[in-house]
Design a protein around this ligand. Sequence first.
Ligand SMILES: Nc1ncnc2c1ncn2[C@@H]1O[C@H](COP(=O)(O)OS(=O)(=O)O)[C@@H](OP(=O)(O)O)[C@H]1O
Ligand SMILES: [Mg+2]
Ligand SMILES: [Mg+2]
Ligand SMILES: [Mg+2]
Length: 350
Amino acid sequence: MAYDKELAAAIKAASLAARLCRKVQKALIQSDVRSKSGRHQSPVTVADYGSQALVSFVLQQEFPGEFSLIAEEDSNDLRKDGAGAIVERITELVNDSLTSDGSYNVTLSPEDVLKAIDSGKSEGGSQGRHWVLDPVDGTKGFVRGDQYAVALALLDRGKVVLGVLACPNLPLTSTGVADPQCQNNEVGCLFFAEVGGGTYMQPLDGSFTVKVQVSGVENPEEASFFESYEAAHSMHDLSSLIAQKLGVKAAPIRMDSQVKYGALSRGDGAIYLRFPRNGYREKIWDHAAGSIVVTEAGGVVTDAAGNPLDFSRGKYLDLDTGIVVSNHKLMPLVLNAVRASLEEKSKPLH
Ligand SMILES: Nc1ncnc2c1ncn2[C@@H]1O[C@H](COP(=O)(O)OS(=O)(=O)O)[C@@H](OP(=O)(O)O)[C@H]1O
Ligand SMILES: [Mg+2]
Ligand SMILES: [Mg+2]
Ligand SMILES: [Mg+2]
């Protein structure tokens, strides 16, 4: 396939980053978590920075000279007075991960780490190739001890051509995967997809691979749906109205991050509804890897009006109100319910 070399490098980078995150989540201490400066404060941890430095370093080693990365974090807060100790801690984590892997015989300095983090400042767009990274997607979930993902994708001329989602806390076994190799209690999955090649899942150690498919459910009454764990990230009252109109019986599955896309790609549920509050602009790194993982598994990802997501316009996805995911059979029904619910919500109260 056309992007096999890139896919192998992405799997390697995301697996290493996932191992780093796992180590941090196990030992998470108060000083590892900071609030990002700026108007919309959100948490960021040594794992977010360490993961971004590691993925950026590995990709630059594998593809020297032709490197463009759009990633969530930057080193601004790490270059402020008093951040020395945290930069040391990140550097140590990154070097430990590189040593444990063994394929790169290097020790990075704190400045190398800061530079690696800052090489994620590309603007993306519709020309050329760009890597897209969310080093820890679902940082709130990560801090809570719940679900999170390392999400890495490649854009080629504005289209997502491969995606890797490492989900260190997602159990391998699901109701949707009837493979005897998966019948254990192991936790930690990696999903990967290349355009035209389908979607696959592995345990984090890569010891086996299974092809996955989205749910084939056609009757919405039998479908269950995913939404954000955080009520501030998606309007739960709106998704509940949509589910009611569809006749969905099951309670929503609330889960942090793009792990929702991974779980959906193997049929754990059939629908994902995401409705951020007015004014929120979606970033490409929150959906690029997840969307190809679902579409290559036979699903559809659109905005609330049914339009495909456009990853070619820079770091934002400019879209109509929300993101909706399901299989092809359910999609028209889901979009009708979305339309009806949005209309109902926008009617003035008497
Ligand atoms: N206000 C608001 N509205 C919508 N979305 C927001 C908002 N604030 C943040 N974010 C982004 O949501 C990312 C977390 O993904 P989810 O929303 O799927 O997970 S969660 O269940 O809400 O934690 C989260 O990703 P990370 O920052 O990588 O954790 C954010 O990019
Ligand atoms: Mg964040
Ligand atoms: Mg994110
Ligand atoms: Mg993030």
